[in-house]
Design a protein around this ligand. Structure first.
Ligand SMILES: [Fe+2]
Length: 196
């Protein structure tokens, strides 16, 4: 018999990039978050403790400028994903912003495992965070059959200005923040439109 070959078929495409020119946007977003928290109570969705805004800040006129600048960071990745569709015979595929919210997790606060139903891609950009403040873990959709054979959990450490974009069906969670500093991120979902 010849050597056994393992073919890793059907990978899960996850995209990431870092915005290097981030300081000004970061301070403007933190100012918005400070004012927002003074006005509204926290949502309770996937968060265990901490503060999570409503998922419509992209429609808040007071956030519009920040949202536009965030989209300047996100849209090249969304365009890149659309270009991949074009390579496979689906030109002019577009990804659009569905919703957006922010997360503030203090010491001991986390997000339980979840998915984002009815969306195409989901993403996060870390606004105020650093490695060691609780990572974003993604679980393999093949965990059941491949458990114990391959790694089925992958973790990204927080990094200010880093964007992660992953398929919305992928189960993910965020570890508790073990530090005394607040970990702040913006999350969002994208819809897809594929011209037929
Ligand atoms: Fe999520």
């Amino acid at each position: 018999m010849n050597d056994i070959t393992m073919m890793k078929l059907f990978p899960v495409p996850v995209f990431t990039a870092v915005e290097s020119d981030f300081d000004h946007l970061r301070s403007d977003i933190l100012e918005y978050i400070r004012d927002y928290r003074d006005t509204y109570d926290s949502e309770k969705i996937s968060n265990i403790g901490g503060y999570q805004s409503a998922s419509d800040i992209h429609q808040d006129i007071d956030f519009k400028n920040n949202c536009d600048r965030l989209w300047d960071i996100i849209s090249p990745i969304a365009q890149h994903i659309g270009d991949l569709f074009a390579e496979h015979g689906y030109p002019s595929t577009t990804l659009t912003l569905a919703n957006m919210w922010f997360n503030v997790n203090g010491k001991g606060n986390s997000n339980v495992e979840h998915t984002h139903p009815h969306c195409f891609y989901s993403g996060v950009i870390w606004i105020k965070a650093k490695p060691g403040m609780g990572g974003l873990s993604m679980k393999s959709p093949h965990e059941h059959s491949l458990y114990g054979m391959v790694d089925t959990l992958w973790t990204a450490e927080p990094e200010e200005g880093r964007v992660m974009l992953f398929p919305s069906f992928l189960p993910h969670s965020v570890a508790a923040n073990p530090t005394d500093e607040e970990r702040i991120s913006i999350s969002f979902n994208l819809h897809v439109t594929v011209p037929l």
